[in-house]
Write a protein that binds this ligand. Structure first.
Ligand SMILES: [Fe+2]
Ligand SMILES: [Fe+2]
Length: 263
């Protein structure tokens, strides 16, 4: 069974994941016709914008709430750098499809505003929801027939799987001593946000998804299945953490100083 990883283990993971990354075969022609590449380029440009976030608020909040956990702060810094690497990959795809990069979009503005207004606890929640929705998109997109898209999606799906685990570990540790009611309220907020994010993602990416044969039902089902796996992992880790006192040593001090900060 999976165990909670402590901050130094996550820092090692992000350091190792930076090396030996295969570069996609950018020179390969796409088999997609313009009717597919045009909406796909627009959709990928929006994802690239979201992934290019500098994470200033997230990092500042992490430093503020977990000042005695330098490995977690360093791991969070590398996590943000990995998301920016995703932005680079997606920007390549947009250009390969003859699209235009964007510097602003309503979904990104909503996402950024919600994260900044509601604090670090909510920011991690929104990052997790974005990982789940983005994960479903790239998971489905990788099987649509363009080998370079597949290469990019495989890199991203591999990274994003670990991102979700990185966040679940922190959420579990922060919530170990929460009451069942407080956790239930958190879960209700998570479900609500997931629904809102799925609706926004569908409105934004519908033309691209339909162009590559991905229906709303398939997209929603994939994201919900991923969310369910995430929640089951959270529950299993919480139980194991309670049973054997497995809270990673590096997190104990931070948790006791900032009990209740899931953030
Ligand atoms: Fe990403
Ligand atoms: Fe991610």
């Amino acid at each position: 069974m999976d165990q909670l990883k402590d901050s130094s283990a996550w820092l090692d993971h992000f350091r190792r994941n930076r090396v030996n990354r295969a570069e996609p075969d950018w020179g390969r022609a796409t088999p997609f016709p313009p009717a597919v590449t045009a909406p796909l380029a627009r959709s990928l440009a929006h994802f690239a914008l979201g992934e290019s976030c500098e994470g200033t608020t997230l990092l500042a909040g992490t430093r503020r709430h977990w000042p005695d956990d330098p490995d977690y702060i360093a791991a969070m810094t590398l996590f943000i750098a990995e998301e920016r690497e995703h932005a680079r990959l997606l920007e390549h795809l947009v250009i390969r499809f003859g699209g235009t990069l964007v510097t602003t979009h309503w979904t990104d503005r909503c996402f950024t505003m919600a994260r900044h207004v509601l604090g670090l606890r909510f920011e991690i929640l929104t990052v997790v929801v974005a990982e789940l929705v983005g994960g479903a998109y790239f998971q489905l997109l990788r099987s649509t027939g363009d080998p370079v898209v597949r290469q990019v999606c495989e890199l991203m799906v591999r990274d994003e799987t670990q991102h979700r685990r990185f966040h679940v570990d922190r959420v579990v540790v922060a919530q170990l001593h929460w009451s069942p009611l407080r956790r239930a309220l958190w879960t209700a907020g998570f479900q609500l946000l997931l629904r809102a994010a799925l609706l926004a993602a569908w409105l934004d990416h519908r033309p691209a998804l339909l162009a590559v044969g991905i229906s709303r039902r398939l997209f929603t089902a994939e994201a919900k299945a991923e969310a369910r796996r995430w929640r089951l992992r959270r529950r299993a880790l919480r139980r194991s953490g309670r049973l054997d006192g497995a809270t990673p040593a590096g997190w104990r001090t931070a948790r006791s100083r900032h009990a209740g900060c899931t953030r």
